[in-house]
Design a protein around this ligand. Structure first.
Ligand SMILES: Nc1ncnc2c1ncn2[C@@H]1O[C@H](COP(=O)(O)OP(=O)(O)O)[C@@H](O)[C@H]1O
Ligand SMILES: [Mg+2]
Length: 243
């Protein structure tokens, strides 16, 4: 990754489902060392945007670039970007260690790295229990360990705070901060302002498929006179048509 290429860059992304425009001209940039929160109400288009960045959905138009390329053109995807999309989707009959070993085989990593990744998310002790017996927070940690397995410099996390208790949130914040302090870039989504406020440096507010604001958290606080919640609600409230 050279210094001129942003780790994540989306420009003019559009996506329709069944004739309805759900992501409309979305652009965002995540620089190295930054944690960017993609914030918006349910149905705003966060997951669709993230899926386009990860090559899981094709944009109708626009560009979704990771390390300067569309995901499908990455030479070593797992070493470039780690993703957590749906921690609930882990196979319940497997243990975390089994899950990571399968992912490791795919990414060309060994058992030593599996043990390290489990340790990095505080899951060493529970690693040989079945995922079906885990709390949602433990599943989130397992999913994050999978994302970290091949030591990517970029993380993309869809609603990673879901199911985390306060201790889990504290842990996630510190984990992502140390990742960013080491030069990593993080894009995470949330429908909850508090999650983004606790974790992110910058925020992209999305509502009805459009970017309503792209700002640092500090600027948003200043612009709102400290009332971040009011600011967020004003940006995301459904527009009433004036005729
Ligand atoms: N595969 C799909 N088929 C049809 N509609 C979809 C599909 N994926 C998302 N949508 C619709 O697109 C909109 C944005 O969804 P999504 O990106 O999941 O929002 P968010 O993650 O912000 O809650 C919603 O109205 C959702 O119903
Ligand atoms: Mg979503």
């Amino acid at each position: 990754m050279d210094t001129l290429t942003p780790p994540i860059q989306a420009r003019g992304l559009r996506k329709s489902f069944r004739g309805r425009l759900r992501v409309d001209d979305v652009g965002l940039t995540v620089g190295p060392g930054r944690i960017v929160g993609l914030l918006g109400p349910n149905g705003a288009g966060k997951t669709t945007t993230i899926r386009m960045l990860l090559g899981l959905a094709a944009p109708d138009s626009g560009e979704a670039l990771v390390d300067g390329r569309p995901f499908r053109d990455l030479a070593a995807p797992a070493r470039t970007v780690g993703a957590v999309l749906d921690a609930g989707g882990l196979h319940p009959a497997r243990t975390a260690r089994q899950h990571l070993r399968i992912a490791a085989a795919r990414a060309g990593e060994d058992a030593t790295r599996v043990a390290e990744a489990l340790d990095e998310v505080g899951m060493s002790d529970a690693a040989d229990r079945r995922i079906g017996s885990y709390s949602l927070g433990m599943r989130q940690r397992t999913a994050l360990a999978t994302a970290l397995l091949a030591r990517p410099g970029i993380l993309v996390l869809d609603e990673p705070a879901n199911g985390l208790d306060p201790a889990g949130m504290h842990w996630l914040r510190r984990r992502l901060r140390s990742f960013a302090d080491a030069g990593g870039a993080v894009l995470l989504s949330s429908h909850l302002l508090a999650d983004v406020q606790a974790i992110a440096d910058d925020v992209v507010v999305i509502a009805g498929g459009r970017v309503a604001a792209e700002t640092s958290l500090q600027e948003a606080l200043t612009a709102s006179g400290g009332d971040l919640e009011g600011y967020y609600l004003r940006l995301t409230e459904p527009r009433t048509e004036v005729r």
